[in-house]
Design a protein around this ligand. Structure first.
Ligand code: GLA
Length: 676
């Protein structure tokens, strides 16, 4: 205890003595620490961010709060606390990772009362004692020490308040916008036929072709196509186009959907060539809802729900199984135990996935496509068997089962890249990052090559968090999309922190190569124990609008069997989705920053521009926008409100302004089309 502190504390105790209030201890873990906002993972009480016992510098602690930089926990003390005691440090679960570096702050009514200085992996816990008399609002913050948040697992242990009678305090995350009930902007779909989705589709010569015409409107519907190239056939009832195209070339097809109320037509370009994923992949992935609790049944139900909900009619296609379809290295769960590979070295799925080919067939039968997950190291991020030294066999196996998408992680490869013993028993899952670019690129080159050798179009999705500026080289290793960031969680801080920091990679997006800011976090999400997303309705509008502007792969992360109307409305607005699927493939960039306002602009194939006006503030914003010069726009434009699917105005950039009301943490999403 320093002398200033003991003096002040002594003084306040002396003042309080006559009032006969009994001193109380309020432990930090008694408050709702789960409301903390943090950069990765979930806040935990009495456990580390990954759910292990809290351990700092080799010492274990039973009480505390495990979090991850950047982390904010606001506590409303209302002047009721006298002092705060804690020890802080990096949790040992990071396995001595050199990138772990954090700094802890105690902030009272906006002033920093204490900070830890930079702490790294293996440092002993540092003790913290802070006098709090009179402090109304306290913030416990963990910063990333200036080098990004990678491996910044941070613990506040033995953390407690001494109070003069107060028995508890209310904790929360950041400044929160006033509550708004979910409100649906997407208009109801017309009963007349409408063909949605991308206008271009890439396939490699000789690969099985599968495309389902996404069309809304009353059923029954009859599909037909003009100029369908030889080798393809169309099922008139389902709209599934299948077959094989043997030689390179381009075909302009007219797709037609007819029901009792009318007929819709759409020009559709089929490009037979080297490149696939000519528009960003759209579908579902099991991780953000089921994580380690995924099973064949759950995947089939997700596929069924994608069809039944009608989302298939808006272009949603992939059903991707993430981690935990393989056997686990040390889980106690018997359904995850068994041989990793057979005698010949081929991967053996766990008992929850008894028939992988059957699963892929099931998904294809519905007109959808199937995806899988692995890692280049010996173990996946969840600790299941991965592809190290079996890359070719694995690529062959995926193709033979009929999978169309591979998400390929990084976990446990870092040790190998930096020369560790690949056969060592305890290769850490969250091992090192690559020590050099070649180390970072190599494993993707290997898998990319073997995937390309298959007689099947398999989208290759790199999941290495943007290491070694992946956008520079992802395409050269046959990657179709690559993560640019760590994992997303369903908080404003996480989603906005990722979404609004994509400009660096933006110029590298193009048909066949997409930046991936991670999966969607709308609906019931929760990594094993689902809950409604913690994003407000306006934050969800921001999330979907921004991901579409960014030409991001759109992978729904929620429990598809529990889709509510609001979530469905977010995922089925064809004018919004059309931005993501635009054939030009240009990723939006931030063209204007002004206070909490961010304006994103995306060029579109038809010569129009999409504009996202985002309000990052926690209060609604009203403004008259007329800085068209910043957006490089001159002339007269029709302004279309994409969420409402309504014309909003016509503006002459020389004299008009656009009146905007942008909700707190929300967006106004417009498309501007030249009048001539
Ligand atoms: C990493 C990825 C996640 C998920 C898990 C699986 O964290 O970033 O998206 O695939 O691994 O263990």
């Amino acid at each position: 205890m320093n002398s200033r502190f003991s003096f002040v504390l002594g003084l306040s105790l002396a003042v309080l003595a006559p009032q006969t209030v009994s001193a109380e201890t309020v432990w930090l873990d008694q408050l709702d620490v789960r409301s903390a906002i943090q950069g990765w993972g979930e806040p935990h009480k009495n456990k580390s961010v990954e759910g292990h016992a809290l351990t700092i510098g080799g010492k274990e602690f039973t009480r505390g709060f495990g979090t991850h930089a950047e982390s904010i926990l606001n506590i409303n003390l209302g002047g009721g606390a006298q002092s705060f005691f804690a020890s802080v440090g990096v949790d040992d679960e990071v396995n001595s990772n050199a990138q772990s570096s954090v700094e802890f702050f105690v902030i009272g009514d906006g002033k920093t009362l204490w900070s830890s200085g930079v702490l790294r992996a293996n440092d002993a816990a540092k003790s913290c004692e802070v006098e709090l008399s009179g402090v109304k609002s306290l913030t416990l913050k963990v910063g990333d020490a200036g080098d990004g948040v990678n491996f910044d697992h941070a613990d506040w242990v033995d953390a407690k308040f001494e109070t003069a009678g107060a028995k508890t305090f209310v904790a929360s995350g950041e400044e929160i916008p006033d509550p708004v009930a979910p409100y649906i902007l997407t208009p109801n779909q017309p009963a007349t036929p409408r063909i949605n989705g991308a206008s271009v589709f890439g396939v490699r010569p000789g690969s099985p072709f599968l495309f389902t015409i996404p069309a809304t409107g009353e059923r029954p519907m009859k599909f037909s196509a003009k100029n369908l190239p030889n080798g393809l056939k169309l099922d008139a009832k389902t709209g599934h186009i299948t077959g094989v195209l043997k030689t390179k070339g381009e075909f302009i097809v007219t797709l037609r959907a007819k029901n009792s109320l009318g007929t819709a037509e759409k020009k559709f370009r089929i490009v037979v060539g080297d490149q696939i994923a000519l528009t960003p992949p759209m579908g579902w992935n099991s991780w953000n809802c089921f994580a380690g609790a995924v099973s064949e049944e759950r995947v089939k139900s997700a596929a069924d729900a994608l069809v039944k909900s009608g989302l298939i009619n808006h272009g949603w296609t992939y059903i991707n199984v993430d981690d935990f379809w393989q056997n686990h290295r040390d889980s106690q769960d018997p359904t995850l135990r068994g041989k990793f590979r057979d005698e010949k070295g081929f991967i053996v799925p766990n008992s929850r996935f008894p028939d992988m080919k059957g699963l892929a067939d099931y998904i294809h039968y519905l007109g959808l496509k199937a995806g899988l997950y692995s890692s280049p190291g010996p173990w996946t991020c969840g600790g299941c068997a991965a592809s190290w030294q079996h890359e070719e066999q694995d690529a062959q196996t995926y193709a033979q089962w009929g999978f169309d998408y591979l998400k390929y992680d990084w976990c446990s490869y870092g040790e190998i890249a930096s020369g560790g013993d690949p056969n060592a028993k305890n290769i850490p899952l969250w091992g090192k990052t690559a020590t050099n670019d070649a180390g970072a690129i190599y494993p993707y080159k290997v898998m990319g090559k073997f995937l390309r050798e298959q007689k099947r179009d398999i989208i290759f999705s790199l999941c290495q968090y943007g290491m070694a500026d992946v956008w520079n080289w992802g395409g050269s290793v046959n990657g179709n999309c690559w993560r640019t960031t760590g994992d997303i969680v369903d908080t404003w801080r996480s989603m906005s922190g990722i979404g609004f920091k994509q400009d660096k990679a933006a110029p590298f997006a193009k048909p066949g190569n997409w930046n991936d800011p991670d999966m969607l976090i709308v609906g019931q999400v929760g990594w094993g124990r689902t809950h409604p997303t913690r994003l407000t309705p306006d934050e969800q509008y921001t999330h979907i609008s921004l991901w579409c502007l960014l030409s991001a792969p759109l992978l729904i992360g929620c429990d598809m069997t529990k889709l509510d109307d609001f979530t469905l409305s977010l995922l089925s607005n064809d004018e919004v989705l059309a931005l993501d699927q635009d054939a030009l493939g240009k990723e939006a960039r931030c063209v204007l920053t002004n206070g909490d306002l961010r304006v994103y602009e995306k060029e579109l194939e038809d010569g129009g521009r999409a504009l996202g006006f985002f309000n990052l503030g926690a209060k609604p914003a009203n403004l008259d926008f007329n800085n068209f010069a910043a957006l490089n726009l001159t002339g007269t434009f029709h302004v279309r409100d994409l969420w409402r699917q309504k014309n909003a105005a016509t503006v002459d950039t020389a004299k008009d302004s656009l009146p905007l009301t942008i909700p707190a943490h929300g967006v106004v999403l417009y498309k501007l089309a030249p009048t001539k």
